[in-house]
Ligand binder design. Structure first.
Ligand code: NAD
Length: 279
């Protein structure tokens, strides 16, 4: 079974005025490729990047399983959506597979990305070198706080959100990272769409309403922590139950031992129910 737990959100109806429902997708529209497959491709790509750096030329599907935790059969199935890969008995050529997945994910050339919200999270993301390494080039950061606008942030200068549309006309970014408070997220989202943004990585803990053709991915490490916490609590519960059973088993075995001991050392007491007291 495919893990369909990670989803892509897209509004069903065009226009903000009419959009209140958000559909949950596990399939990219007009594509036969499920979203979990695309997510796994990104994982394979990270591994291939590391192997390439280490000058390793070929990799087998079982090695991919060992290093990513993704089942070898699943790996082969994911690749099968995109044609023929690898040679039986030889494995996969690392640079070639890396290049093909890069092309599939359309990250074979730099993609301009803008970020809104130069706060704690936004500032950390602007300084994250991994974005550029994966061809996502942060070209502008916007905020509405006049104390921040005009200040440098890493290699960028924080821009006024009021200039978003004007600046993005020339930047031509179609992807945005949203790192503003939840209360401002919908308003900023609408400005982003108006400025030509078509894909939003949303960190704000709110479900955005977007028109058709605009994609949203929600990121929440709190959600991830909650899932981890649930797994742990289930495990703890199992351990508790196991300990409970063990203790019950031990108590029962103590009782059996005590009964055997009592039977061995105590004189037999007549059963009074069998010998009614005579009057
Ligand atoms: P922060 O308060 O430090 O930063 C928010 C920034 O957004 C500020 O610089 C503020 O001036 C700016 N801003 C506010 N309204 C704006 C608007 N209308 N236009 C442009 N800029 C605006 O907050 P933070 O700690 O960086 O968190 C940012 C968001 O990310 C919050 O919604 C928070 O809940 C969320 N968050 C999510 C995760 C996650 O895992 N998804 C983790 C941490 C934070």
């Amino acid at each position: 079974m495919e893990d369909e737990s990670h989803v892509l959100s897209r509004a069903t109806m065009p226009g903000f005025d009419h959009t209140n429902e958000v559909e949950t997708l596990t399939q990219v529209p007009n594509s036969r490729v499920p979203v979990p497959t695309l997510e796994r491709l990104a994982t394979y790509l990270r591994l291939l990047h590391d192997l390439d750096q280490a000058h390793i030329e070929t990799v087998s599907s079982s090695e991919v399983e060992r290093q990513t935790g993704i089942n070898a059969a699943q790996f082969r199935k994911d690749l099968s959506y995109f044609g023929e890969f690898g040679k039986p008995g030889v494995g996969y050529n690392v640079p070639e597979l890396r290049q093909r997945i890069t092309r599939i994910l359309k990250i074979d050339r730099p993609k301009p990305v803008i970020l809104i919200g130069a706060g704690n999270l936004g500032s950390a993301l602007v300084g994250y070198p991994g974005l550029k390494e994966h061809q996502f080039e942060l070209v502008a950061v916007f905020d509405n706080n006049y104390g921040k606008i005009g200040r440098p942030l890493w290699n960028l200068v924080i821009q006024d959100i009021a200039r978003l549309k004007e600046l993005n006309d020339s930047l031509k970014a179609r992807i945005a990272i949203l790192a503003v408070p939840a209360s401002a997220a919908q308003d900023v989202c609408e400005r982003l769409v108006d400025a030509g943004i078509r894909a939003i990585l949303n960190f704000a803990p709110v479900l955005l309403r977007v028109p058709e053709g605009v994609y949203v991915r929600n990121v929440s490490f709190i959600q991830e922590l909650a899932v981890l916490s649930y797994h742990l609590s289930e495990e703890e519960e199992r351990e508790r139950q196991q300990n409970g059973h063990n203790q019950a088993d031990m108590a029962e075995s103590h009782l059996t031992t005590l009964a055997a001991y009592a039977a061995a050392v105590e004189p037999e007491v007549p059963d009074r129910t069998e010998a009614p007291i005579e009057s």
